[in-house]
Design a protein around this ligand. Sequence first.
Ligand code: BTN
Length: 279
Amino acid sequence: MKRELTRIENKKIIYFKSIASTQEYAKKIAGKSSSGTVVVAEKQTKGRGRFEREWYSQRGGLFFSVILKPQVEPRKIPVLTYKMALAVMDTIRKVLAQYPGQNKVYTAALKWPNDVVMVKRSRRFGRDPDFPSGNEGRETKYKKIGGILTESSINKNKVDWVIVGVGININNKIPVSLKNTAVSLRKITFDNNISLTGVFNTIMANFEKYYTDFPDTKTLAEYKKNSIFFRAGAEKIAIDFGGNEYTGRASGITDDGGLEIMLSGGIKKIFYAGDVVLY
Ligand code: BTN
């Protein structure tokens, strides 16, 4: 990425109290908007995540979509998701640092391809009913705090626009059906009311740094370093791709953001999408 070509030129913010989806709105205006335009909403009535899943979007959460016009090869678009994931992760860590007790126990990390999760730093802190470890279920070693949805328009192998949509559980309640797999920043910080504006501004400042000053190779290295699949002694993972389940160990991230897995049978396979769980 050439620095001068990818700088966020315009930081116009379009703000809604309520909207169906910031992502849908951003897609409608992307063609005529300049790079850096951000659509933010206090709540969404039709928020959506990957694979057209519903994204729970009650007031108290943070919901926004950033319109970008980067001069990058289309195959490199996933790297933009990782830049945003890092920006969100850094922001959550910064907030958490203000709560030293909790900061010792939890940290934010990344789950390929688009999740920001909370994990316990170490099991020596004992059993926590909110984050059971060990044999209590493979979905419970981490909890999702935020997700990123990246969509793009490509014409003749040239990127017209990319929209990076971000949803983060901040002060919102987590619905009972998601309590086992999702958590809010408020919950992690002893029920403190977190400033949404503060979190948003920090994410945007962090994102601009990753977007303009961070080469892709460095982004991918940082992403891998902070990914739960590459932790020391990383567990086995299973990926659901096209209705088939593959198991193995994460062995790398490719230069275009694919997840390379050493399958249990000894063959390497690269995935660009899919739902992954840690054993
Ligand atoms: C995921 O984890 O599947 C991605 C979730 C992305 C949700 C955000 S909230 C703001 C923007 N508007 C939407 O409708 N979706 C994204």
